[in-house]
Design a protein. Structure first.
Length: 248
């Protein structure tokens, strides 16, 4: 049995959030060790080759990143398998494009285009007692009013916290889409359970670790992809498709 960390990843074992086809080869690019877990990240090579179609092969992606053309959260990344994750901002300055990695309503990574002004802002969840940001150096002893699970707005240009929002009832959050917290159950020695209501007044419960506060009240701090994070049932999706076809 081989020793050391694994260096390969079979295509069928790749996360479903990458949306890779089964017959596209035996292997998939394995993300390098980085700020995100393997199954919660998207390598640069998958982003540029499979999503944006800016390259045909992994070799072409390597040639692109070696020219220092790709930035993630304001930092140049030259590793083609560097893992980008939820809320990360990917910038291609040569083409003037900026993207934020978000989940769609089915839990898959969606490529959401944003403006250059929004690309300077990064949202991160507070981890006590230090603010553990994914791409920037951890900031020790931030504002004493910031507590665990709160969300901060971080300016990538000045490397400073410009605002924060409390993890509180009534604020909009994202799980696999935009939702609003209704109330929270505390379980000593276990996982806290948060009850959430979406814009269609559907309610459900999930663990507190699955919650990410997007803004204060019902107004998010960042732009959201198509659908605004509200998951529809199969019947509702069918009705939307029929309506769109009838209008066309």
């Amino acid at each position: 049995m081989g020793r050391g960390p694994k260096k390969h990843l079979k295509r069928l074992a790749a996360p479903s959030t990458w949306m890779l086809d089964k017959l596209g080869g035996t292997y998939a690019p394995r993300p390098s060790p980085g700020p995100h877990k393997l199954r919660e990240s998207l390598p640069i090579v998958v982003f540029l080759r499979n999503r944006l179609k800016y390259a045909l092969t992994a070799r072409e992606v390597t040639q692109i990143v070696k020219q220092r053309l790709v930035k993630i959260d304001g930092k140049v990344r030259t590793d083609a398998t560097f893992p980008a994750g939820f809320q990360d901002v990917i910038s291609l300055e040569k083409s003037g494009e900026h993207f934020r990695l978000l989940y769609d309503v089915k839990g898959r990574f969606t490529i959401h285009r944003i403006t250059p002004e929004e690309a300077t802002l990064l949202l991160e969840t507070m981890v006590f007692p230090t603010l553990s940001l994914t791409m920037v150096a951890p900031i020790r002893y931030p504002d004493p009013l910031i507590k665990a699970n709160d969300t901060v707005k971080f300016d990538l240009e000045s490397n400073k916290i410009v605002d924060f929002v409390k993890f509180d009832t009534g604020n909009i959050v994202i799980i696999t889409g935009g939702r609003v917290i209704t109330h929270r159950e505390r379980h000593i020695g276990g996982f806290d359970i948060v009850h959430v209501k979406d814009s269609l007044d559907r309610t459900f419960a999930t663990r507190i670790t699955n919650i990410f506060v997007l803004g204060e009240g019902i107004k998010p701090w960042i732009s959201l992809p198509k659908g605004k994070g509200t998951k529809l049932t199969i019947a509702e999706e069918r009705d939307v498709r029929r309506k769109r076809a009838a209008e066309a």
